[in-house]
Structures are given as structure tokens and as C-alpha cells.
Design a protein around this ligand. Structure first.
Ligand code: PEP
Length: 251
């Protein structure tokens, strides 16, 4: 049995001064759903307030990116040891917005993923195709490449600290959601690639989240699919009530 994991991705939307309140609201609104792992991934500057507000609750705090080097001359970057020291337990890696706007590649996804896992945090590794890629019949090729290069040298043992997020780029922040069947098809593909990379038994233990305009109204149907083990939530993570509605659907 894989425990469902619902993670909010706040992106660049919440001020440090607003952070404690939102984390506390999320903790209160989700406290009865013990079957779900609840995570808030926040901008780096919000992390201290988020960790303090989550202390003593069931909510885990995540970051939205991490550098692969432990320290050094990398102006503006944040390392895994820094995140661990701040109390971070999860890091989103390779979100499509980082691939699109910040030069993230499958190779840098791989370096970050291995650094996050080596530091003892859970890497939430995002994969997903654009609309053009889907329409050109390249879905399988894109997911294969993102998985194979992004997870190079990630071992079966590392998979205890690995979550994959399938996020079709055309569904992120657009209001368009993959149908449950479309999502399940890709989740099954991802699990079969994992099985080839780390073995069938380990592949069965890795959680695969769906992300892309997930909301309380569509969450239950998506989360009912056999290979959909949670959600990575953007817009709906900014309102505790909506986020809790998704958590409830997974409980
Ligand atoms: C995301 O950014 O990871 C995401 C899924 O966003 P939204 O839920 O707003 O589509």
C-alpha cells in the first residue's frame, strides 16, 4: 500500500508574513486525514516561517528547488545542507516552470535529485510533456528521456526518498486537467520505466503524483486510479479549504 501524498507548490505567491497563517490553516483543515502525507512546498524565503508554523503538526515543509553543490561560490543558490538545516524534508525538482524559464535540463534534474536524496530529503521529481509534444506523438519518448536521464544512478535504496510528479505542462495553471484515464496511462508508463530502472518490487513502492489543475471537484476521480498516489497542487494550494478538499479526497 502506498500512502497518498498531497503536496502544495506555492510557487512565488505567498509573502513571508502570510506564511505562518496559511500553514496553520492547512494543518487545521487536514488534521483528520491521517491516511495522507501532507506537504507545503514554499519559496525559500518563506521556509523558516513555514517550518516554525508546521512544528508539532503533521504537515511537512518542502522547497521548490535546490542546488546540487553543498557549498561554494554560487551566488543566489541554496544548497541541500542549508535546506536540511532549516528543517526542510521535501524538494520539488525539475518543475516545468524551471525547465521553461530557468534552463533546467534532465541533466541538472539528475544532479539535484541525487543531491537531495543524499542529503536525506525526499525529491519530488517532475516530468511531463508539452501540448506540442503530445500532439506530435512524442509523449512516450519525452517521459522516457526525462525519467532515464533525470534518474540516472538513482538506486533502488534511494527510491525510499523519491516521489515522481507527472505534470502534463498543458494542464498546469490552465484549468485543463488530464482525464483520469489519460493520467493513469502515463502513471502506468512511469511505473514501468521505474521497474526497468530500479526493479519491479521497488517501482511498486514509489509514489507517483498527478499535477495539473487538480482541485476538490476532480481530485477523487484522479486519486481513485491505481497508479495515481497523490497530487502536486499549484493554485488550489493557496486556499487551505481547497487544498484540504483535495487531501480529503485522497484520505
Ligand atoms: C503545479 O504548478 O505544479 C501545478 C500543478 O499547478 P496547478 O495546480 O495550478 O495547475
Amino acid at each position: 500500500m502506498r500512502k497518498k501524498i498531497i503536496a502544495g507548490n506555492w510557487k512565488m505567491n505567498v509573502l513571508p508574513s502570510e506564511t505562518a497563517e496559511l500553514v496553520k490553516e492547512v494543518a487545521a483543515a487536514t488534521k483528520d486525514f491521517a491516511n495522507v502525507e501532507v506537504v507545503c512546498c514554499t519559496p525559500a524565503i518563506d521556509i523558516p516561517a513555514a517550518v516554525a508554523a508546521a512544528c508539532g503538526t503533521h504537515v511537512g515543509i518542502g522547497a521548490e528547488n535546490a542546488h546540487w553543490e553543498a557549498k561554494g561560490a554560487f551566488t543566489g543558490e541554496i544548497s541541500c545542507p542549508m535546506l536540511v538545516d532549516a528543517g526542510v524534508k521535501y524538494v520539488i525538482i525539475g518543475h516545468s516552470e524551471r525547465r521553461q524559464y530557468f534552463g533546467e535540463t534532465d541533466e541538472t534534474v539528475n544532479k539535484r535529485t541525487r543531491a537531495v536524496i543524499a542529503a536525506g530529503m525526499t525529491a519530488i521529481v517532475c516530468v511531463g510533456e508539452t501540448l506540442e509534444e503530445r500532439e506530435a506523438g512524442k509523449l512516450v519518448e519525452v517521459i522516457e528521456r526525462q525519467m532515464t536521464t533525470g534518474l540516472k544512478d538513482v538506486t533502488a535504496a534511494d527510491c525510499a526518498k523519491l516521489v515522481i510528479a507527472y505534470e502534463p505542462v498543458w494542464a498546469i495553471g490552465t484549468g485543463k486537467t488530464a482525464t483520469p484515464d489519460q493520467a493513469q496511462e502515463v502513471h502506468a508508463l512511469i511505473r514501468s520505466i521505474l521497474a526497468r530502472l530500479v526493479g519491479e518490487e521497488t517501482a511498486q513502492t514509489v509514489r507517483i503524483q498527478y499535477g495539473g489543475s487538480m482541485k476538490p471537484a476532480n481530485a477523487a476521480e484522479l486519486l481513485a486510479k491505481p497508479d495515481i498516489d497523490g497530487g502536486l497542487i499549484g493554485g488550489a494550494a493557496l486556499k487551505a479549504g481547497d487544498f484540504a478538499g483535495i487531501v480529503a479526497a485522497g484520505n
